[in-house]
Write a protein that binds this ligand. Structure first.
Ligand code: FAD
Length: 553
């Protein structure tokens, strides 16, 4: 099986045998699952943009006219699992047994299938559209170690999975990799209220951790729109940035230690809870952002800040991007240490959250909106600072309208306008997602150039992101997936980014979708060294194959 654009071919890993399944069922009683219903949500990514391919599921029937469901505009419709169904086609998933008999097991709407669609012959169809047939849910590090030792000996490929909210197709299998989920590894191991150091298993959900810490007067140093589903292990594996990076820095600074199981089952216990430790190389850094390709993170030690006593939010409208930039420099100078977030979105984003999520914008129509958060320990002091900044911004004409929130309800409402853009986009059609780092002054030029380049062939071209971190989320939507639109976007978007010394992945990682573009941001010597690290830590290449690194020749 190959894919033209992605040029993926199944590597010669062993096929899962009944003996393998029996081994895992003995090792993890009731937690080694083969039922299609359990596997289905783990085989498709959050965006419903990537679905692996591999036996034994086959999709049959005319894609655009499945006999049991009518094609149609599904945007806004709810999938049975509560996810938005944004695809205009339905797939009938058929399980083909060894005797060749088949039975329909489910109908799924699919956004577009990167690894399958491009290879599809014209209807009538019989193409592969399923993937992993085994989902493992270990509870302990020892179990993960036994799983990987066995997989290494048997040469079975493994796909580590956390909350499956990743946006680059890294969290789902490409062929028939075993899914190793951390969903049951959700125990808090310790929390030190003096140092603020939390130690927990990798499968803890980010939002649950934050709630736990809030009760002790602390918060997690990161926050992101997927907090209700993503796992801390997944966050570390992707080096997630998010909404608090401006204030608390990246996970490369706040993660103090990791416990990782290597591909051969070796447990690497670097779960230090120390602020300072200069004994040799800092090995944990290798695993932060390694997207499941070097080891399975089983536990995390992380430094958590005090919960701020006073939080204020300002939501402002600007008429052009220069004003957005100038507002940033002004507020950084005037708010200083209490500035905790500076996010921006363009008017198209606002249109989409209003249209698809029925949220309403509290400020007058503007071309750009910025969200400024302050967090501090003295509300009077913080409010005074914020007010004098706002006065300056309004009187100098940088900002045309705005609103301020200090109570929790309004703060949440304003944050949702920014946090739910990703969700709103999925309702708008097929989404082409780009997560770019650029010198902040150039940030929005890419959106403008892309809009001019694509013209009517795109439905919407929108820009938003973590301006304070120089991070643009460029998103393009269209009614349906099209090769020609993708060809118009790529590699243009990467060449543009490389020209300004940007990064083609600011925080989402490379996963499956972007791995072949790494050379736009890294020199060949660095890629070669990464491949050597991979070969050293995972000589058989069983961990998350087909992801992050281009295959070495
Ligand atoms: P998954 O999606 O399950 O996996 C992601 C990758 O990590 C995969 O390659 C997987 O193999 C690997 N992995 C997962 N767990 C482990 C483990 N224990 N050991 C080794 N490898 C592992 N990202 C940002 O950086 N900033 C944002 O602001 C942001 N906002 C988002 C908003 C929304 C609405 C959504 C859907 C996503 C957003 N993301 C953001 C992307 C995503 O949420 C993050 O990448 C998140 O950190 C992934 O965590 P997860 O547990 O879902 O990991």
């Amino acid at each position: 099986l190959t894919s033209e654009r992605y040029r993926v071919r199944r590597l010669p890993f062993s096929r899962l045998s009944p003996q393998d399944v029996a081994f895992f069922q003995r090792l993890l009683p009731g937690r080694a699952l083969t039922e299609p219903a359990a596997l289905e949500p783990c085989n498709v990514d959050w965006l419903r943009s990537v679905r692996g391919k591999g036996p034994p599921f086959r999709t049959q029937g005319n894609v655009s006219r499945c006999p049991h469901r009518q094609p149609g505009p599904w945007a806004g419709a709810k999938h049975s699992k509560g996810r938005p169904a944004v695809k205009n086609v339905w797939f009938k998933i058929i399980k083909v047994s060894a005797s060749g008999r088949s039975a329909a097991i489910s109908h799924i709407p699919c956004h577009f299938v990167l690894s399958d669609f491009r290879d599809m012959p014209p209807a009538p169809l019989a193409f592969v559209a399923g993937s992993s047939t085994l989902l493992l849910k270990p509870q302990t590090t020892a179990e993960v170690s036994q799983v990987l030792r066995y997989c290494s000996e048997r040469n079975l490929a493994v796909n580590p999975q956390g909350g499956n909210t990743g946006l680059v197709g890294g969290s789902v299998p490409v062929f028939d990799e075993i899914i190793l989920s951390t969903v049951l590894m959700n125990r808090i191991i310790s929390f030190d209220t003096v140092s603020g150091i939390l130690v927990c298993q990798a499968g803890c959900i980010l939002e649950r951790l934050n709630e736990y810490l809030e009760q002790q007067g602390f918060i997690m140093p990161l926050d992101l729109g997927a907090k209700g589903s993503c796992h801390i292990g997944g966050n570390v594996a992707t080096n997630a940035g998010g909404l608090r990076l401006l204030r608390y820095g990246s996970l490369r600074g706040t993660v103090l230690g990791l416990e990782v199981v290597l591909a051969d089952g070796t447990v690497l216990d670097c779960l230090a809870s120390l602020r300072k430790d200069n004994t040799g190389y800092d090995l944990k850094q290798l695993f932060i952002g390694s997207e499941g390709t070097l080891g399975v993170i089983t536990a995390v030690s992380i430094l958590c800040p005090q919960k701020p006593k006073a939080v204020n939010l300002a939501f402002l409208g600007c008429q052009n991007f220069s004003q957005v930039l100038e507002t940033f420099t002004t507020c950084r100078a005037m708010l200083g240490e209490i500035l905790s977030a500076y996010e921006f979105m363009d008017e198209k984003c606002m249109e989409l959250v209003e249209k698809h999520l029925k949220l309403s914008c509290p400020v007058r129509d503007s071309h750009f909106y910025v969200l400024i958060e302050t967090s501090g320990s003295n509300s009077t002091h913080d409010e005074e600072k914020l007010n004098s900044f706002l006065e300056q911004a309004m009187t100098s004409g940088l900002v045309t309208d705005g609103t301020v929130a200090t109570d929790d309800k309004k703060i949440k409402m304003l944050w949702s306008l920014r946090e739910r853009i990703t969700e709103a986009l999925t309702h708008d059609g097929c989404v082409y997602k780009y997560d770019i780092s650029l010198p902040v002054g150039k940030l929005y030029d890419l959106v403008t150039d892309m809009r001019a380049r694509l013209g009517q062939s795109a439905k919407n071209v929108v820009g938003y992101g973590h301006l304070g971190d120089g991070n643009l989320h460029l998103n393009i939507t269209a009614e349906s997936y099209s090769h020609s639109l993708l060809d118009a976007i790529e590699p243009f978007v990467y060449e543009w980014t490389a020209r300004y010394n940007g990064s083609i992945s600011a925080e989402h990682g490379l996963g499956f979708k972007k791995k072949q573009f790494i050379q736009y941001s890294k020199p060949s010597e660095a890629i070669f060294l990464m491949q050597r690290f991979k070969a050293m830590l995972d000589p058989k290449g069983i961990l998350n194959p087909y992801k992050t690194l281009p295959s070495s020749s």
